[in-house]
Design a protein around this ligand. Structure first.
Ligand SMILES: Cc1cc2nc3c(=O)[nH]c(=O)nc-3n(C[C@H](O)[C@H](O)[C@H](O)COP(=O)(O)O)c2cc1C
Length: 515
């Protein structure tokens, strides 16, 4: 059976075979009484310790930490503890064991042990040498065992500190047991990213980085996750100390103690400004590409009525009867009305409203279908408009128009000019998960349907089945726009021969955005 170090020590006392200390250790002696001092000196020799006699003036921290063990009269032992306590707090290294010498009374050990925990031992003197050797030996051995473990722990701590300091992501730690989650640690990468030093942020809630930009959906997500003690990731607009803005991808994790109680939150911060700006540029370029694609179909849509107008004006000019001329002119006017409708619908795609507006869903759907009028006719696609919900939704009009344009454009492409049916339906609906009321817009086609791989990847950026004809950004941006409106985009698709097709259902809450 493995023996404890105490048993080993007792055994070695018994055999007189004391193990060699690793280094020649010193014992600091600060004892007034000459007999007691001599006794400790003798004991030190037996324990193979080098005695160093100190006076109160010489007991500086530098001198004290040379010793492994210090034996001092109780008032001096107390001052020594105070001198050394600073080192302990900063984890600089292992302090010597401090033993206080007290006058020997029948209950001196007992009463001191209970009342005074700051010493590593109490030595009532006078006593015979043997029990003093045993007692100081035990203290020395347990202190050595403690020092070894403490040193290992310090090394591990120092390694962890170095890791924390060397990572390039910001790391912040907040105390979850105190109100308003004050920061208790930030690493150098956090200081570099934000421009604030640890001293400037210590004790503050990290929301100061938001600098008044508090109207961010991501803040609500974070607040709820912190309240529930959950992990979360969100991208926030933050500001450095010099006032410059950056996009901060913040990952938060709760830390719990062994009993499962929440003690800390750890935040990892990454500056993702370049990525966010790149995505914004992609979004802009897809908008332009969509407009470019529309331009050819708009030209086509306008060309037909304009040709009719030219023919009708020619006929009106040549006609002798005023009645006939008037009829031709009225017909020409109707064709021009159509041109006007097409131009005003196309202009809406360019219109960059910065504020959400209330708009009827049927109007949105019709405006998109108007622009596909000739293309649908030429591709022999029959359009069925159903439902016709008169309800309005609050949205960024041009963005939802872009989503519908994308869905209708994909539906027409899926029919590959072979003809088919396009169903567009609007109706009031309830989102089953949130119970929120809104409008469901269905865009269904009888095209070729999507393969499982396409269904899995279609919302990813740059995924396209249209070769060089597609940017692969349409559905990626659509899904993002829908998410921003707190809506949902659901798809069903089948490639079954004779019954193929795709159904997209877009749900938008009545008040997805605040006007
Ligand atoms: C450890 C930790 C780190 C955080 N880091 C950031 C940060 O870098 N940027 C930020 O805007 N918010 C950060 N937050 C979130 C805010 O401190 C705050 O919790 C958030 O704004 C939501 O709460 P509020 O509505 O009370 O402000 C952090 C929170 C914790 C607990």
């Amino acid at each position: 059976m493995k023996r404890s170090f105490i048993e080993e020590f007792e055994q070695s006392l018994h055999t007189g075979n004391l193990p060699e200390p690793d280094i020649k250790a010193c014992i600091g002696i600060l004892v007034q009484d000459a007999t007691n001092r001599r006794l400790i000196e003798g004991v030190a020799v037996q324990l193979e310790l080098q005695p160093i006699f100190l006076t109160a003036n010489q007991a500086t921290p530098e001198a004290l930490i040379q010793c492994e063990l210090i034996v001092a009269d109780e008032p001096d032992a107390r001052s020594i503890r105070t001198l050394l306590s600073q080192r302990e707090e900063t984890g600089e290294g292992v302090n010597p064991a401090v033993v206080a010498v007290v006058p020997r009374t029948p209950d001196s050990v007992y009463s001191y042990d209970k009342s005074e925990l700051s010493f590593d031992g109490i030595l009532p003197l006078p006593q015979t040498p043997a029990p003093v050797v045993a007692q100081l030996g035990l203290i020395l051995y347990s202190h050595r065992a403690f020092a070894r473990r403490y040193q290992d722990a310090l090394e591990e701590l120092s390694l962890n500190r170095r890791i924390f300091r060397s990572v390039t992501s910001g790391i912040s730690v907040a105390d979850a047991t105190r109100s308003d989650l004050p920061l208790i640690y930030v690493n150098p990468a956090f200081e570099v990213m934000t421009g604030y030093s640890f001293e400037e942020v210590q004790g503050r809630n990290c929301r100061f980085l938001q600098n008044g930009e508090r109207d961010q959906a991501a803040i609500t997500l974070i607040r709820e996750a912190l309240r529930d003690g959950r992990e979360t990731v969100a991208v926030l607009k933050n500001f450095r100390k010099d006032g410059s803005a950056f996009w901060n991808e913040l990952s938060l994790s709760p830390i719990r103690n062994r009993d499962g109680a929440l003690t800390h939150f750890v935040g990892i911060q990454n500056d993702v400004t370049a990525r966010v700006e790149f995505e914004a540029a992609l979004r802009e370029s897809e908008k332009l590409a969509a407009v470019g694609r529309l331009a050819s179909s708009i030209a086509h849509e306008i060309n037909n009525p304009l040709e009719s107008v030219m023919n009708l004006l020619y006929l009106a000019e040549r006609s002798d009867a005023v009645v006939d001329s008037r009829t031709y002119l009225q017909m020409a006017d109707r064709e021009l009305q159509r041109v006007k409708l097409i131009t005003s619908q196309s202009l809406r795609f360019y219109k960059q409203s910065t504020r959400p507006q209330a708009i009827a869903c049927t109007e949105l759907a019709d405006s998109v279908l108007d622009l596909y009028h000739s293309k649908l006719q030429n591709s022999r696609v029959a359009v069925e408009r159903r439902g016709r919900s008169a309800q309005s939704i609050v949205c960024m009009e041009s963005e939802i128009r872009q989503v519908l344009n994308n869905l209708v454009g994909n539906a027409v492409d899926a029919m590959h000019g072979q003809g088919g049916k396009l169903l567009v339906r609007t109706r009031e609906a309830t989102e089953w998960r949130s119970g929120e009321r809104g409008v469901a817009i269905t865009v269904a086609d009888t095209g070729s349907g999507m393969a499982p791989e396409t269904l899995r990847s279609m919302y990813k950026a740059f995924y396209t089945t249209k070769g060089i004809g597609g940017t692969g950004l349409g559905l990626w941006i659509s899904s993002e726009i829908v998410a921003r409106h707190r809506g949902r985009l659901i798809v069903r698709s089948s490639q079954r021969p004779g019954a193929s097709g795709t159904v997209f259902q877009l749900f938008l809450p009545f008040q997805g955005l605040t006007p």
